[in-house]
Design a protein around this ligand. Structure first.
Ligand SMILES: [Zn+2]
Length: 90
């Protein structure tokens, strides 16, 4: 069985492939556990990336807010910057 490479699966998931190519990739994913696993991996990475970007955006908006950044700097002076406590963020 011919497998699809990561790039093709990524492009398929991003909606960059034509309808025929996309449907043959999707058909393959349904019957090939290896490629299905790869597509799950890509999906998880994408979700992580999306949530990281969202967090980054929220943080930037927060920094732009003067009151919020005053609160933030008072918190930082009281408790230290995030990541400086020596404990994990669990
Ligand atoms: Zn495959």
């Amino acid at each position: 069985m011919r497998h699809y490479d990561r790039e093709t699966i990524e492009r398929c998931m991003a909606g960059e492939l034509g309808i025929f190519r996309r449907s043959s990739v999707q058909r393959h994913l349904k019957k090939c556990p290896d490629c299905a696993r790869l597509s799950e991996e890509i999906k998880n990475e994408n979700e992580l990336l999306v949530s990281l970007r969202a967090a980054q955006k929220r943080y930037r908006n927060f920094e732009r807010d003067k009151d919020a950044s005053a609160v933030l700097s008072s918190l930082v002076s009281r408790f230290g910057a995030p990541g400086e406590t020596g404990r994990g963020s669990d």
